[in-house]
Each structure stands twice: as structure tokens, then as C-alpha cells.
Write a protein that binds this ligand. Structure first.
Ligand SMILES: [Zn+2]
Length: 78
């Protein structure tokens, strides 16, 4: 946990959604975080197959960015 964090204490339990969002792109600014335009490196390929891109997700396939699972005791957030 970085020094900038003051909201949580070490050892405190938190719930984190699987969605990865940048907080800065057009969709994130519209608070549509599951449609983040920057967190899924496979977004363009996904859009070809599904018709639209989504955000990257922890624990899903490479179509959703290939990020390792989010159901773990510890998680490193990119
Ligand atoms: Zn975003």
C-alpha cells in the first residue's frame, strides 16, 4: 500500500470489483467504468468479435485483457 493511501489500514478487508478502469478516459469520466477505453489491451479485437470493447477484467480470458484472477488473498492493482 502506497504512502498516498490514508483511507485504508494495512490488514483491513476490502472488496474490489474485477473491473479495471483508468479513471481518465471518456467512458470513465461518464462513470461507465466497465467500458473503460484504456484498460483492455485486447479491446480492438474484442470489438471486432463482440461489437464493442469492454474494460479489462481480472480473472477473465485474454479477450478481457488476460489479467490474472482477482479472487485471491493479495492483489497487485496495475
Ligand atoms: Zn478509462
Amino acid at each position: 500500500m502506497g504512502k498516498a493511501h490514508s483511507k485504508f489500514r494495512i490488514g483491513e478487508r476490502v472488496v474490489v470489483p474485477f473491473t479495471i478502469s483508468c479513471g481518465e478516459c471518456r467512458m470513465c469520466k461518464l462513470e461507465l467504468f466497465s467500458l473503460c477505453e484504456r484498460s483492455n489491451p485486447a479491446g480492438a479485437k474484442q470489438a471486432e468479435q463482440m461489437g464493442y470493447p469492454t474494460a479489462g477484467l481480472f480473472g477473465y480470458s485474454h479477450m478481457y485483457g488476460g489479467f490474472s484472477g482477482g479472487q485471491a488473498e493479495f492483489l497487485r492493482v496495475p
